[in-house]
Design a protein around this ligand. Structure first.
Ligand SMILES: Nc1ncnc2c1ncn2[C@@H]1O[C@H](COP(=O)(O)OP(=O)(O)OP(=O)(O)O)[C@@H](O)[C@H]1O
Ligand SMILES: [Mg+2]
Length: 199
C-alpha cells in the first residue's frame, strides 16, 4: 500500500525488507504474473498492462532460491531448451562461479543430473540456476534470494562478476546487508516508522 519507487535501467537495485513484506510479490508483478490491485507498474512511462507480454518477458531473466533441475546434462540444465550457443553457456557458468565445481564432476559439463544422478548441494544448484538465468544475456536480471545457499565469499565473487558485465538492469532481493550494499540503489519495504526507530 502507498508504495512508489523507480528502478533505473542499467543500474543495480536491492529490494530489501522483512520476510512477508512483499518483495517476491513485487517481483511477480514486474514479471507480469499478477497485476497490482491498485496503481500501476510503468515501463518507460507506459503501463505494463498495455505492453505485449511476450516481448516484455524476453527482456527478463529470473532466478530464485529453489532451482528445479531437469533430467539431462549440466549443459542441458543451463541451456534449458533454448537456442543458446555453447560459448554463452560456458560464459554464464563462469560468471555464476559454477565452472569451478562443474569441472570437478566426473564428466564435467556432460555430467548427468536427475533423479538417479549426482546430488548437487543447495549452493551448487543455485549456481546452475544463476547460470541458466544469465545464459540468455538478459537486459534485466532479477535475483530473488538466488544466492542464499552460497558462502559469503563465493556470493561476493558472483556479484562482482555479474556487475562486471555492465549495462544490465539488476534487481536483487537479499536478506544479507553486504549484498544490498553492493547495489547502487536500495528500496526498503519496511514501513517508515520502523526505519525511523532504527536511527
Ligand atoms: N493480493 C494480495 N492481497 C493480500 N495479501 C497478499 C496479496 N499478495 C500477496 N499477499 C501476501 O503478502 C505477503 C508478502 O509475501 P511475499 O512473498 O511477497 O514476501 P517476501 O518479502 O518475498 O518474503 P520472504 O523474504 O519471506 O521471501 C504474503 O503474506 C502474501 O500472502
Ligand atoms: Mg520472497
Amino acid at each position: 500500500r502507498n508504495l512508489s519507487f523507480s528502478i533505473r535501467a542499467g543500474e543495480t537495485t536491492a529490494l530489501t525488507g522483512p520476510s512477508g513484506s512483499g518483495k517476491t510479490t513485487i517481483l511477480n508483478m514486474i514479471l507480469d504474473l499478477n497485476p497490482p490491485t491498485q496503481g500501476m507498474i510503468a515501463v518507460d512511462g507506459r503501463d505494463l498492462a498495455t505492453i505485449d507480454r511476450s516481448s516484455w518477458l524476453k527482456l527478463l531473466s529470473v532466478s530464485g532460491q529453489d532451482v528445479e533441475l531437469m533430467e539431462g546434462t549440466v549443459l542441458d540444465n543451463i541451456r534449458f531448451r533454448r537456442d543458446i550457443p555453447d560459448e554463452d553457456i560456458r560464459w554464464a557458468a563462469d560468471v555464476a562461479c559454477a565452472t569451478e565445481f562443474i569441472e570437478d564432476l566426473p564428466y564435467g559439463f556432460d555430467e548427468w543430473l536427475g533423479d538417479e544422478a549426482i546430488r548437487l548441494s543447495g549452493g551448487q544448484r543455485q549456481r546452475i540456476g544463476l547460470a541458466r538465468a544469465l545464459a540468455s544475456r538478459p537486459q534485466i536480471l532479477i535475483l530473488d534470494e538466488a544466492t542464499s545457499a552460497l558462502d559469503e565469499e563465493t556470493e561476493m565473487r558472483v556479484f562482482s562478476a555479474i556487475k562486471q558485465d555492465a549495462g544490465r538492469t539488476l534487481i536483487v532481493v537479499s536478506h544479507r546487508p553486504a549484498v544490498a550494499r553492493l547495489m547502487k540503489n536500495q528500496i526498503d519495504l519496511r514501513p517508515p516508522a520502523a526505519i525511523a526507530k532504527l536511527r
